[in-house]
Write a protein that binds this ligand. Structure first.
Ligand SMILES: [Zn+2]
Length: 207
């Protein structure tokens, strides 16, 4: 049986030359090549509005799509204003509103949690950590009326305490990045960027 690979993307734009932005053409070429070697799922962190441009093409290829949303931004789809994006074009950082997320969910896109505020979870107090994980899950479930069993750690950062908190918050699984092993709370995703030509993306699958 072919293995399943979960890819991790962020912004999608033909023109925006940000390290976390990839052109739709390259993304689809990566996915097309990888689907010859593995079952591919495509996940999009931070719920950037621009990502939706490739959803129809992915769905036509039978590639399941998942969005990991930071709930603190979804009320008005405001730009993701984290220190790491300081000075970047706020228009490109616009995120999806609940209304948009609901529309995607109704078309079969899965909505997972990426916390509330894109925090560095390992640095939070116990109380803040539980709030980030618990309240984001509850809000997704309340607003969208669907279960939210999946979490993606912001920055892929986690440790034993964070993994235990994810389990305690009721998640069934949680994704990091480029993990090894079979911990349901440290699942592997392969993050791909504009610098990965399709063959480079394939190599990364096996890295
Ligand atoms: Zn993120």
């Amino acid at each position: 049986m072919r293995r399943t690979v979960v890819l991790c993307y962020h912004m999608v734009s033909a023109t925006y030359e940000h390290r976390l932005s990839i052109s739709p053409q390259l993304l689809l070429r990566q996915v097309r090549l990888l689907t010859r070697f593995a079952r591919v799922r495509a996940s999009f962190d931070d719920a950037f509005r621009s990502a939706a441009a490739v959803f129809p093409a992915l769905e036509r290829r039978g590639v399941p799509v998942q969005i990991f949303v930071c709930t603190g931004y979804a009320r008005d789809g405001s730009p993701l204003t984290i220190p790491e994006f300081e000075g970047d074009d706020p228009e490109q950082l616009a995120t999806m509103t609940w209304e948009e997320l609901r529309a995607h969910a109704e078309r079969g896109v899965e909505i997972g949690s990426h916390g509330i505020a894109h925090a560095h979870l390992t640095r939070l107090s116990d109380a803040d950590l539980h709030r980030e994980l618990g309240e984001s899950k509850a809000e997704i479930e309340d607003v969208l009326g669907r279960r939210c069993p999946d979490l993606a750690y912001p920055y892929g950062e986690h440790d034993e305490r964070v993994r235990a908190a994810a389990r305690a918050a009721g998640y069934e699984r949680a994704y990091g990045l480029r993990e090894r092993g079979h911990d349901a709370y440290a699942l592997r995703r392969v993050d791909l960027y504009r610098r990965h030509a399709p063959f480079g993306a394939l190599l990364r699958l096996y890295a």
